[in-house]
Design a protein around this ligand. Structure first.
Ligand code: DAT
Ligand code: MG
Length: 151
């Protein structure tokens, strides 16, 4: 068991369909700590770097279009085995194969509009967090506790 950070994206379909709160609540209820959170427009450069492992695949261009077409909600969460845990919360890549009770299994129909992203390894998480967040945009539970105790 290791305390890990992971990058989560609630992608454009989640935003347009009004599901962001519902989706983020699932990570919160699971006990993950939110370290960073923002609504942002992803640039094509960020999108291409984020999805670099898929370059050359037939769906790559569509993936970059999808992630850059609308704003997305990006967050960094931390918790025990958060990388595996958040991917389990998201469900299988193809929503048709995703178990009901997961984000994709509850809200998705097609792999091209599967609502969420979560990093798949510690190395990917480190790389992806750096694409979407500056260090100064990340906070810890200690930041919040210190302010709360000082009141
Ligand atoms: P995941 O998002 O579950 O980590 P992935 O990294 O394999 O999945 O793929 C990244 C995204 O690319 C995925 O969320 C949706 C899209 N994608 C994957 N396989 C695809 C396919 N066969 N056809 C269309 N889109 C696909
Ligand atoms: Mg992936």
């Amino acid at each position: 068991m290791a305390v890990e950070r992971t990058l989560i994206l609630a992608k454009g379909d989640a935003l347009v369909r009004g599901l962001v709160g519902e989706i983020l609540a699932r990570y919160e209820r699971r006990g993950y700590t939110i370290l960073g959170l923002k609504l942002m427009q992803v640039s094509r450069d960020q999108a291409q770097r984020h999805y670099a492992e898929h370059e050359g695949k037939p769906f790559f261009a569509g993936l970059v279009d999808y992630i850059t077409a609308t704003p997305v909600v990006a967050l960094v969460v931390e918790g025990h085995d958060a990388i595996e845990g958040c991917r389990a919360t998201n469900g299988a890549t193809n929503p048709i194969k995703a178990t009901p009770g997961t984000v994709r299994g509850d809200f998705g129909q097609t792999v091209g509009r599967n609502l969420v992203h979560a990093s798949d390894s510690p190395a990917a998480a480190e790389r992806e967090v750096a694409i979407f967040f500056h260090d100064a945009e990340l906070f810890t539970r200690a930041h919040a506790l210190a302010a709360w105790l000082a009141e």
